[in-house]
Design a binder for this molecule. Structure first.
Ligand code: PLP
Length: 233
């Protein structure tokens, strides 16, 4: 009960931050989807969040994600869109395709093929975003170089069972998120010339959601600000 109250008030604060940032950017707050990143937290927290009206959750590790999502009841599962935002290995991608609804972290051709095969095998269709490495320094965090985006987009578009929705990025660690998200917005605009359905831009985390919304983010991925500090195991 106490945990539910805690999550409820933090959720309220994050929703207010989103609303204020949207207003400042003269955008409709409804155009920004809150995705709560539940990695490291138990499935009971997912249940509480769903009960509190959260419609979109994200995980970043296949094993943890698959196990937690499998624990949800049919009703809980039906009420939530499951995003995958972690680095993908091609031997795991087929399994991710069995439970994820949206895969935000595609960054190479091999992953596109593995996801498309997995989706076909499981009789599913996935919404996908391409993860961009905004400054070439994302060692260990994934992302395709900006000049590879168009080619990956073509490959996704040519894949049955995958729908291209847009781009995702994590702001570079020691750089100004303002510059990074401005660049992402430019890449997003360029992508939409040939791929008009790729309207999603997933950017912004607990520390920089306002900056992301100012640059047009349609999805913010929030962990700490809702769930609290992650165990640093
Ligand atoms: C963990 C994670 C987040 C959430 O980060 P917070 O700073 O806790 O809000 C967002 N995006 C990705 C890809 C993550 O792995």
């Amino acid at each position: 009960m106490q945990r539910t109250g805690e999550l409820s008030s933090r959720l309220e604060q994050v929703r207010e931050r989103i609303a204020r940032a949207a207003e400042a950017a003269q955008r409709d707050a409804q155009s920004v989807q809150l995705v709560v990143v539940t990695k490291f937290f138990p499935v009971d927290d997912l249940r509480r969040l769903i009960e509190l009206g959260v419609t979109d959750i994200a995980e970043n590790k296949d094993q943890e994600a698959g196990a937690k999502i499998a624990e949800l009841t049919e009703d809980e599962r039906a009420r939530v869109t499951a995003h995958f935002v972690g680095q993908l290995q091609s031997n795991k991608a087929g399994h991710v395709a069995s439970y994820a609804d949206v895969v935000q972290s595609i960054d190479r051709a091999k992953i596109v093929r593995a996801l498309a095969n997995g989706a076909q095998r499981h009789g599913r269709t996935l919404e996908v975003m391409l993860q961009v490495d905004l400054d070439g320094s994302q060692a260990g965090r994934g992302g395709a170089a900006p000049d590879q985006i168009e080619e990956l987009a073509e490959l996704v578009t040519a894949s049955p069972h995958l729908n291209l929705r847009g781009l995702m990025a994590v702001a570079p660690r020691d750089a100004d998120p303002d510059d990074a998200f401005e660049r992402l917005a430019g890449l997003s605009q360029a992508l939409r010339v040939d791929h008009p359905s790729a309207t999603s831009m997933s950017a912004g985390m607990s520390g920089d959601l306002e900056t992301a919304i100012r640059h047009g983010a349609t999805h913010v991925r929030i962990g700490t600000a809702v769930l609290g500090a992650r165990p640093t195991a």
